[in-house]
Design a binder for this molecule. Structure first.
Ligand code: DGJ
Length: 717
């Protein structure tokens, strides 16, 4: 499958230190393997019946010294067949109707992929021509391994039908555990959920392409809830289609975690000599609490996954006109906004929905990716040239995967959408989903978007996707391919954005799906940023951002200052800016209506942001106080050299009966990630402090009053 190839190419890097490091040891009989990350050991062995077994996953052990005989935990590739003692991750039907698999070990090979040791273990069915290659790529410094599986039909005739194929499975030692995952709905993305794992199966799944949550999970032994210490098994799926995770606690006490493509209403046929490769599932183990998970996953995204062109660059300050003008756009009014945006320090001016042919409202236009001549009689270039002349770059919104029935595209090709004959074509937001699994649809989108980008000086694309998947029919495809349609769709989605990025390497790409409906490491490896939520209320946003920053790096988190005030609290403009400055800052107000005082605030805040954004975009983020725990939130960013620090303090409520002195005592904030022996000076404060003092004793940040905030710049002297 091409997904895996592009994911791995994206992560391909020069040989790293760890490539030479001993991240894998092979047993003397070449039938066992010890896999090491910074904190963990994963051990596999082949038993006398030629079954590849998992015998350990947890804190670092020196296996061959610590233990002689290893107990069986589970099969590395649990299949449907024989005694089913765990969740199977591979289920097939052979051409003669036999449904059981009997795998036996054949060989192994160790290679380097992108500078990281990777073991490939080959197993085969004892009778049928089915080969299963399971891969484990070891990323020691991020404390995780990546797993994926390639399945081959080695036969000369007959298709093997895959009914289920996950990317991997792990087992955790017997214990009582708590699972934390992140779920959500529109406007309330990534809400943390914590639950005890009791006997039985807990499933988290996406069936329709949008989740508003995440496939990232964290499993801790019960009662270990120090954010910075303690064992956590974690993982995430690097894929943007339908996915499924199962957490299965057996009668005996072990937990098995399986994850991969959701094979609900999906099947893949392997014709003779064909193969299928799954996307990558990440599985990790840290002893640094859930903060360890954040640091590992965010650093990996920032350092290895994000598209290479802009991976190490600071992000521009954006203006997006959606909240100001919605779809009612024209040259004069956009130029007026651009002038104000430029005056306050914005660097990238983006027109959202509404610029293309026939787009007067949500009922029409999607699919026709040419400029609307009624709204822009001189074309877009006339506007872009003027915007560029002001010193701003220009960006545009698109929603390529969709079509309105009221569009030239749909009138010409009503069969290009997902539909089942004799069934309703369900519309969501008055739109249908284009069947991107079709090559003609792919070619149409590639050519029309390429043309828009070629003909206009566009430096930024906001790529939206605004509805859940329904009616995934592909009646014109051969019967054996019809239920693989979602997999092919995602393959072509990735191919489309990758092709456009290749043709226009200087264009930034933002991923959006009615807010944060489709954010995962598959998207992070192809888009530079995410629109995190349509909820731009600053108070709600503090919660959403706290969760987002648990999972992803700050330089991918776009936040706009807008007029929205869902809680009717009338917060100050300064507070709104402070919230949005914790990631990639944008402005979304109708700024032509602002008075001088508002413009001054915006100007000062953008100036301040430009001074600190290098630390925010390139440094590490620590969620020092989570709003889910207290009535305030404190975020800390530390530069790579640990000498520059930015602290955001947001106060969400007051403790009226407490005196200032009591507040002081109860609110000492301990910082993280500093140089213990360096002396730090905090802007706006007189004293200096050693890193050790700030980390072990902590200081009082005097931010009082509800919906007040302050950003502290701290520097090593
Ligand atoms: C949904 C997005 O989340 C919004 O930001 C905006 O782009 C609209 N779509 C436009 O239709």
């Amino acid at each position: 499958m091409k997904n895996i190839v592009s994911y791995l190419l994206i992560t391909l890097l020069p040989l790293s230190f760890f490539a030479q490091n001993n991240s894998i040891e092979v047993g003397k009989d070449e039938r066992s393997w010890n896999i090491y990350t910074k904190s963990s050991t994963y051990k596999l062995k082949v038993d006398r019946n030629n079954i590849v077994q998992v015998v350990y996953y947890g804190n670092k052990l020196e296996p061959d010294r610590d233990v002689k005989d290893w107990e069986y935990w589970g099969n590395e590739i649990p299949v449907r067949g024989g005694f089913v003692n765990s969740k199977s991750i591979l289920e097939v039907i052979f051409p003669d109707g036999v449904r059981d698999i009997e795998l036996e070990y054949k060989k192994y090979e160790i290679t380097d992929i992108g500078g990281y040791k990777t073991i490939k273990i080959t197993q085969q069915d004892k009778y049928y021509p089915l080969e299963v290659n399971s891969f484990i790529r070891i990323l020691p410094e991020y404390d995780f391994i990546e797993k994926w599986i390639e399945v081959r039909n080695l036969g000369k005739k007959g298709s093997i039908k895959i009914e289920k194929l996950s990317s991997g499975s792990i087992f955790l030692p017997d214990n009582a555990y708590e699972l934390t995952h992140f779920s959500g709905i529109w406007g309330h993305e990534f809400t943390p959920q914590t639950t005890r794992l009791t006997q039985g199966t807990k499933t988290i799944e996406v069936k329709d392409f949008k989740s508003y949550g995440s496939s990232t999970f964290m499993i801790r032994p019960e009662k270990e809830n120090d954010r910075y210490n303690g064992k956590v098994w974690f993982g995430t799926f690097t894929y943007s289609g339908n996915w499924r995770l199962d957490f299965d606690k057996s009668f005996y006490g072990k937990i098995q975690v399986t994850g991969g493509i959701n094979f609900w209403d999906q099947e893949v046929y392997l014709k003779p000599l064909q193969s299928f490769t799954t996307p990558v599932m990440i599985y990790g183990y840290t002893e640094e609490g859930t903060n360890g998970v954040t640091q590992n996953l965010a650093s990996y995204s920032r350092e290895k996954l994000l598209p290479q062109t802009y991976r190490d660059k600071v992000r521009p300050v954006l203006y997006n006109s959606w909240y100001a003008t919605a779809m009612d756009v024209n040259e004069e009014q956009q130029l007026a906004l651009a002038r104000e945006a430029k005056n306050m320090g914005v660097e990238m001016f983006v027109i959202d929905d509404g610029w293309f042919k026939g787009r007067i409202d949500e009922k029409s236009g999607l699919g026709d990716w040419t400029v609307d001549k009624n709204k822009f009689p001189n074309g877009l270039n006339s506007l872009i040239e003027k915007v560029n002349a002001m010193g701003l770059q220009f960006g545009l919104w698109i929603e390529p995967e969709m079509v309105n029935p009221n569009s030239d595209l749909y009138r010409a090709h009503p069969d290009w959408v997902f539909y089942f004959p004799n069934r309703t074509r369900h519309e969501g937001r008055n739109q249908l989903i284009l069947n991107l699994a079709r090559e003609d649809v792919y070619q149409y989108l590639y050519k029309s978007l390429n043309k828009v980008l070629k003909e206009n000086n566009i430096k930024f694309i906001k790529w939206d996707m605004n509805r859940h998947m329904t009616d995934p029919g592909f009646a014109s495809a051969p019967a054996e391919e019809q239920r693989a349609v979602r997999i092919k769709y995602v393959e072509n989605l990735y191919r489309l954005v990758e092709s456009l990025r290749k043709d226009f390497p200087e264009v930034w790409f933002e991923n959006c799906s009615s807010g944060g409906g489709r954010i995962d490491l598959g998207m992070i490896s192809r888009y530079d940023f995410n629109w995190v939520s349509d909820n731009t209320d600053p108070v709600d946003r503090i919660f959403i951002q706290d969760s987002y920053l648990t999972l992803f790096p700050a330089n991918t988190m776009i936040s706009w200052v807008t007029h929205e005030d869902w809680h009717k609290l009338n917060p100050s403009l300064e507070f709104k800016f402070d919230v949005c400055m914790a990631g990639v800052l944008g402005v979304g107000y109708d700024i032509t209506k602002w008075n001088d005082a508002q413009k001054q605030v915006a100007k000062k805040k953008i100036e301040q942001y430009k001074e600190i954004r290098e630390v925010i975009h390139k440094g590490k983020t620590y969620r020092i106080v989570s709003p889910f725990d207290e009535n305030r939130s404190i975020l800390q960013y530390v530069s790579v050299n640990q000498k520059e620090v930015v602290v955001f303090v947001y106060n969400l409520g007051e403790y009226p009966r407490q005196s200032v002195e009591e507040n002081r005592r109860s609110k000492l904030t301990k910082l993280k990630g500093l140089l213990p022996d360096a002396t730090y000076k905090i802007e706006d404060m007189n004293s200096t402090y050693t890193g050790k003092y700030l980390m072990e004793v902590g200081i009082y940040f005097p931010v009082g009053g509800a919906y007040n905030s302050h950003i502290y710049s701290i520097k090593a002297l």
